[in-house]
Design a binder for this molecule. Structure first.
Ligand code: AMP
Ligand code: MG
Length: 336
């Protein structure tokens, strides 16, 4: 949830037209989960729900943030006795387990000890030897962490849960549901680049969302690779070009391959996924970064209903893209 840098999606929110006049556009930004959030909606009454949304996002951190020592997830990771999970935790756990199973462990919420060891969590990077990685690998395996009733049971007390690859997406869904409950049907929610776009804007246009071009360096300017037109749909992107570190000319991304214990090192630069909800999109986007270009493409092709877009480098080091047919249909602009 802590993001050193912003996510890889840039919503391009365009408003126009007379028919929008009876609605007021309400728009605000803030900070959540170590990144920015941005909410826009059309409301006939022009109500502003920022304070309520901020407290919703705080409640979220209280359950799922690894950077909050008193959160439910932190207390479970420290093996405090008698910690009961709440509904947010339960929902994320169920989806995380489903995706872990479906991706054959490419997505694995038990990577916590490795994420910390590699310096992508809340601790500094350790001195890592192959032996140290082997010993941390003994702690990894999503099936060893189970939810029984309201309690998490770990087969290994040293194991630790990391929901950072899915929690931001779920926060988007929770904020979206909150807005809907207020009777607002035309809105877009973006948390650090994970987005849900509702039904069309009052002018009849769908929402426009951009996917960022891979950047050579973490602080490079943001440019768009594609723009999509979305309606009642979520998109999430995972990339290796905003959070990484370099050592001896090798770039280590913050995605860990749970089958090796090492950060992934391959040609896939970013994976964007469309889904009905943002939590699902977020989890699969991370899983695809683990699989790499070829395996992820095969996975998408053999799982109808999952639509994805990959940016990867070819053998000459040139940037290439691939979109599944359902994703392709939604692209309205493409840049070199
Ligand atoms: P995302 O930006 O959604 O791809 O999430 C990346 C974050 O998920 C990392 O910073 C880690 O905290 C965590 N993570 C890394 N590797 C994995 C993995 N294989 N499965 C699940 N979570 C992971
Ligand atoms: Mg993710």
């Amino acid at each position: 949830m802590k993001k050193l840098l912003l996510g890889a999606l840039l919503p391009v929110i365009l408003f126009s037209c007379n028919s929008a006049r009876k609605y007021e556009l309400v728009k605000f930004q803030g900070l959540a989960q170590g990144t920015y959030y941005s909410v826009s909606y059309f409301d006939a009454k022009g109500r502003n729900f920022q304070v309520a949304i901020d407290s919703l996002l705080n409640a979220f951190n209280h359950s799922l943030s690894l950077w909050e020592p008193s959160s439910i997830i932190s207390r479970i990771n420290r093996n405090e006795p008698g910690v009961a999970v709440d509904e947010l935790f339960r929902t994320v756990y169920i989806k995380a387990r489903e995706v872990a199973k479906h991706t054959n462990g490419a997505f694995d919420y038990s990577v916590g000890p490795l994420v910390n060891a590699w310096g992508f969590g809340f601790t500094d990077r350790m001195k890592l030897s192959p032996e140290k990685i082997d010993s941390l690998m003994q702690l990894v395996g999503y099936e060893t962490i189970k939810l029984v009733g309201n309690t998490i049971i770990k087969a290994n007390p040293g194991s630790a849960i990391d929901f950072n690859a899915i929690a931001k997406g779920y926060a988007v869904d929770v904020v979206g549901k909150f807005i809907e409950k207020k009777g607002i049907t035309r809105f877009i929610v973006d948390i650090g680049g994970e987005v849900f776009a509702s039904q069309r804007k009052p002018d009849g246009d769908k929402w426009k969302v951009g996917v960022e071009k891979p950047a050579a360096n973490a602080f490079d300017e943001r440019n768009l690779k594609i723009v999509l037109s979305l309606e009642n749909e979520a998109i999430a992107t995972s990339g290796n070009y905003r959070r990484y570190y370099e050592e001896d000319g090798v770039r280590y991304a913050h995605t860990i391959d749970p089958s090796t214990g090492y950060p992934v090192l391959h040609s896939l630069l970013s994976a964007s996924v469309l889904a009905k909800d943002c939590m699902t999109a977020d989890a699969y986007a991370t899983a695809f970064m683990v699989m790499g270009t070829e395996k992820a493409r095969e996975f998408v092709q053999s799982n109808p209903g999952i639509e994805a877009f990959f940016i990867f480098s070819d053998q000459q080091g040139d940037i290439q893209t691939w979109a599944s047919p359902g994703f392709e249909k939604k692209i309205v602009e493409q840049f070199d």
